[in-house]
Ligand binder design. Sequence first.
Ligand code: HEC
Length: 107
Amino acid sequence: MPRVLVTAALVLVCTGALAEVPAARRGELANLIRHDCGSCHGLTLRGGLGPALTPDALRGRSPADVRRVIRDGLPGTAMPPWRGLLSEDELEWITGELLAGTVADDS
Ligand code: HEC
């Protein structure tokens, strides 16, 4: 395999491992995104009371910014803080799912 492919594969493996969330918990979090977040943002995350959370809608936003909104909520709006309910790894995983669009796609 050319060296550049090996490097790309390694980078993929490493980014996947960044948010250390066990497989079983990932399933629960995917449900949380669809149902809890979905209750305001729409079951397919295309918007409802809250704005769409699709990759298109979030284009240009940094992962750190999206993660902060989920962690701290948006005071003065209906967007609640999730920090007591989700660990930092879980927040990171959910942010990655939203920016990649994976959860909404397989619902
Ligand atoms: C009770 C309703 C409600 C729930 C539940 C909720 N949100 Fe929100 N969310 C909102 C509203 C309303 C806004 C927009 C606030 C504003 O800027 O006026 C928002 C904004 C956001 C934003 C910022 C979007 C942008 O384009 O700036 C993100 C990201 C977000 N929510 C993620 C989540 C995630 C992830 C969950 C589940 C863990 C969740 N929300 C659950 C109501 C909700």
